[in-house]
Design a protein around this ligand. Structure first.
Ligand code: FAD
Length: 293
């Protein structure tokens, strides 16, 4: 089933994100992670696409395993900034052959650090347009509650999201964030700009200090006072920080559910234990809301 139709049937939707193995690492570890995550019964699982090309082939392979071995809906991420139209068509043909019906269309970042494209595509919307020439795919795209890092202004960023959605995007998945109130403000702005597709909240359970430095650098995600207090108190104790970070993510999700969010996308980092803990804590509430839909 296409993810577009999943949103028509259920609310809230719950999805997981995994990353494929790097060439030098053991593929079986990721297969095992997928097996464990499928057991937690998400509505779909997305597989990221390596910006440097190293894990790109694995994305199709992992998505195919999710879809064809586990019969679970898969969403394959695809970036376009370095690619030609022909290369993208080859990947889309592979996805079609594997019966993958859902693609997250992304621009990606140039590994050289340049923001201009070295391929045939400049922005994610160009990839959306290409994918939409085929009937096979339901297409998702990214959005940024705190604005994209390269964006000249929040207003222009939203205008560009609108342009992207108008090219044929069926749903949006947000960059991770730690401040729900800021997200609600952003969500309402998208709606006021006539962006009417389902918007999914991206949630990352923050589990260690290294991860925090990386996410603030890469995503520009701000740390609200409540989160900073947790960090200051527990950063020297790995287990305490892990427990507090998991509890923070659970609280964020329950609040998003109560607010009426369309879906939650959990950045699992391929971790079964933390993801299971979160799912066990929200399972009943999610099903209660679905019965009320
Ligand atoms: P775009 O929508 O093209 O936007 C990029 C920038 O261009 C923005 O600043 C935007 O405001 C601006 N812009 C858009 N249109 C115009 C226009 N017409 N004129 C001028 N400026 C414009 N990266 C990976 O490499 N692999 C992944 O698997 C991956 N998965 C992701 C999943 C999610 C949910 C998210 C939120 C991000 C993911 N990324 C991934 C990161 C993403 O590739 C980067 O954030 C990238 O810098 C932007 O991609 P985009 O698709 O949002 O680009």
């Amino acid at each position: 089933m296409s993810i577009k139709h999943l949103f028509e049937e259920k609310k809230p939707i719950l999805s997981f994100e995994i990353f494929p193995p790097k060439p030098e690492s053991d593929v079986s570890v990721v297969y095992k992670a997928i097996d464990g995550l499928v057991d937690l019964n998400p509505d779909f699982i997305s597989v990221t696409y390596g910006a440097l090309g190293t894990t790109q082939g694995n994305t199709v392979e992992m998505a195919s395993y999710i879809k064809n071995h586990h019969h679970k809906e898969a969403l394959a991420h695809l970036t376009c900034i370095q690619n030609t139209t022909e290369e993208m068509n080859t990947t889309l043909n592979r996805l079609e052959a594997a019966d993958i019906q859902n693609v997250l269309a992304l621009r990606g970042d140039n590994p050289t650090g340049h923001t201009h494209s070295s391929g045939d595509f400049r922005f994610a919307k160009d990839l959306v347009t290409q994918i939409k020439t085929r009937d096979q795919f339901s297409v998702g795209a990214a959005c940024y509650p705190e604005g994209h890092l390269e964006s000249p202004s929040p207003e222009l960023d939203i205008l560009y999201i609108k342009e992207k959605v108008d090219c044929g995007v069926d749903f949006l998945i947000s960059q991770l964030f730690l401040d729900n109130e800021m997200f609600y403000d952003y969500y309402n702005k998208l709606r006021r700009n006539n962006i009417n597709v389902p918007i999914v909240a991206g949630i990352l359970p923050v589990l260690n200090k290294k991860q925090i430095a990386r996410i603030t650098e890469l995503s520009g995600c701000s740390l609200p006072p409540k989160f900073r207090r947790i960090l200051e108190k527990y950063e020297s104790d790995e287990l305490a920080l892990k427990q507090a970070g998991t509890a923070y993510a659970i609280e964020q999700i329950i609040d998003l559910f109560s607010w009426g969010i369309d879906g939650i996308h959990l950045y699992t980092m391929n971790r079964i234990d933390t993801t299971r803990e979160i799912i066990n804590s929200i399972h009943y509430i999610k099903n209660h809301l679905r019965r009320m839909k």
